[in-house]
Design a binder for this molecule. Structure first.
Ligand SMILES: *[C@@H]1O[C@H](CO)[C@@H](O)[C@H](O)[C@H]1NC(C)=O
Ligand SMILES: *[C@@H]1O[C@H](CO)[C@@H](O)[C@H](O)[C@H]1NC(C)=O
Ligand SMILES: *[C@@H]1O[C@H](CO)[C@@H](O)[C@H](O)[C@H]1NC(C)=O
Ligand SMILES: *[C@@H]1O[C@H](CO)[C@@H](O)[C@H](O)[C@H]1NC(C)=O
Ligand SMILES: *[C@@H]1O[C@H](CO)[C@@H](O)[C@H](O)[C@H]1NC(C)=O
Length: 476
């Protein structure tokens, strides 16, 4: 049997070579205290902790301080392995270095976490970050598990402080239907599990994972030409997700994303991993677009943004309620409750958030295929809310770490032209903004470069995460 040996480096002999490695480190999860409410006024703190996604970890041969996935080329390093079997067998994920200023770009306080979109250290860049919340009760046990949440009938509350999360940046809080153990039971070659941030999946069926289903994803691995942190292999990981928060200072949206199957499923190749943003609905695994709500897209351009009704230049609190009939959000700023506005387009229900009616009509009103309906619609969505989900916290600029003057190649630039425009500007690019659904926010439409240059220091702080039955986490 093949083993993905995941021995933290501190357990290895001959530490004398460790001085040559800047990232030599024991996995020690940063804590994040959150609040669980059993009922109103019956809340207690939970000593949770966070783990960083495997993608941000050092991957090296078990008994060698070199790289299995080579920093210089962002490809699998043929000096050590050139087949799925061998790479799976010999490559180990290491503990992450969570200390501040370590290049990862994250900092932690007891009840809050700050993630930076982009950091540089020692000529290395780190672009985008993803963390998962671990189950505190499994912290002293093996295997450690992710914290899971069953959303139906409950509410999830957090406070957010943006500093420079401007256009093109997506800070996200997402519930994904990952395996609580990271897939260790299902895929025995995965020895790392939740503790080392393995097993991520989402409705984008991403093929960028270094391991899928416990196996090295090196077949057909193609490093990205523009972003050394990215690349794609043959296999991808799909699962349903509920994104509670996709946001920057100018725009936000939340939405439900269904898949043909439940839980973590493996897809294969470009066609097999196609998702519904663009592709033929019937042939896709997941609905990456989702049934969502963005007040700007729904017609209210004064609700959310800098100096707007919800003023994103100052911290505010967001409550997301998962009712069987509707999922909606309530904002709180300066102690005042601010309800989300109903859509203003004809044909959509007159209440904020998403509901059966909203999800079945928005595709028609926006002139798009009914992707959500094709994956089971509202009933499938309610089923998803009954299943345990893992919380992922992320920030992602969706652009290359290199500034535009690094490359003048138009083809390369165009690969990044979306720059999260689905979130904060015009989507699809060039579409008529007077048409319902096209305008998503007031960010510029002319590519991500200038936008990104202005927001290199983008970061987001989430604090005071709370979860419990509807009405229990906050006094509104
Ligand atoms: C959580 O941590 C605090 C501070 O370290 C400690 O006082 C408290 O007992 C812990 N709570 C639980 C439920 O373990
Ligand atoms: C790691 O492997 C390389 C290539 O096989 C070898 O040259 C080097 O000595 C090894 N280093 C250690 C510490 O084993
Ligand atoms: C993999 O590496 C081995 C040993 O270096 C070599 O003999 C073999 O030809 C390589 N296989 C492929 C497919 O490159
Ligand atoms: C962290 O915050 C929680 C809840 O606010 C509190 O109960 C706990 O004592 C704090 N722990 C530390 C180490 O400050
Ligand atoms: C929000 O974040 C900024 C930058 O990190 C900080 O200066 C400011 O004090 C924070 N605001 C609050 C109310 O915490």
């Amino acid at each position: 049997m093949l083993l993905l040996a995941l021995i933290p480096l501190f357990a290895l002999p001959s530490p004398s070579t460790s001085q040559q490695i800047g990232t030599y480190n024991r996995e020690s999860h940063p804590s994040l205290s959150w609040t669980h409410c059993a009922a109103a006024n019956t809340c207690s703190p939970v000593n949770g902790s966070l783990t960083v996604d495997q993608r941000k970890r050092w991957l090296h041969p078990v008994d060698n301080y070199s790289d299995c996935h080579w920093f210089g080329s962002y490809d699998w390093n043929p000096r050590f392995c050139n087949t799925t079997e061998v790479c799976t067998d010999i490559c180990a994920l290491d503990g992450a270095d969570y200390r501040p200023n370590n290049g990862l770009g994250a900092s932690f306080a007891n009840t809050s976490v700050t993630l930076a979109a982009h950091t540089w250290k020692d000529f290395q860049t780190n672009v985008g970050l993803r963390f998962f919340l671990l189950d505190s009760s499994s912290e002293s046990e093996s295997p450690k598990l992710y914290q899971t949440f069953t959303l139906l009938g409950n509410e999830f509350t957090f406070t957010v402080n943006f500093t420079a999360t401007g256009c093109g940046i997506n800070s996200g809080l997402t519930f994904v239907e990952m395996d609580a153990d990271g897939g260790m039971a299902k895929y025995p070659t995965n020895k790392a599990g939740a503790e080392y941030g393995t097993g991520h999946c989402d409705s984008k069926c991403s093929r960028t994972h270094l391991f899928v289903g416990g196996k090295a994803n090196l077949e057909n691995w193609t490093p990205s030409e523009v972003d050394p942190a990215l690349g794609e292999g043959r296999y991808g990981a799909c699962c349903p997700e509920f994104s509670v928060w996709n946001s920057n200072r100018r725009s936000y949206s939340f939405g439900s994303h269904l898949c043909s199957g439940n839980g973590y499923t493996i897809c294969e190749g470009e066609e097999g991993c196609a998702v519904s943003d663009g592709a033929d609905v019937a042939k896709t695994r997941c609905d990456a677009v989702g049934c969502g709500y963005n007040p700007y897209q729904m017609g209210d351009r004064d609700f959310y943004g800098e100096g707007k009704k919800v003023d994103t230049m100052r911290p505010f609190t967001v409550v997301t309620r998962f009712e069987a009939e509707r999922v909606y959000q309530i904002f709180v700023q300066d102690g005042k409750r601010i309800d989300t506005p109903p859509p203003s387009w004809d044909g959509l229900p007159k209440e904020g958030g998403i509901s059966k009616e909203m999800c079945s009509k928005s595709a028609e009103v926006f002139g798009e295929p009914d992707r959500f309906g094709a994956k089971g619609g509202w009933d499938a969505h309610v089923d998803m809310l009954k299943r345990p989900m893992v919380l992922a916290l992320s920030i992602n600029p969706d652009v290359s770490p290199f500034p535009p003057w690094y490359t003048e190649d138009a083809d390369i630039c165009s690969q990044f032209e979306t720059g999260n425009s689905w979130l904060d500007s015009v989507h699809p690019k060039g579409a008529d903004t007077s048409k319902p659904g096209v305008a998503r926010g007031d960010c510029p439409t002319d590519g991500p470069w200038e936008v990104f240059a202005a927001y290199r220091n983008a970061k987001v702080t989430w604090s005071n995460l709370r979860f419990g039955p509807i009405g229990s986490t906050i006094d509104l």
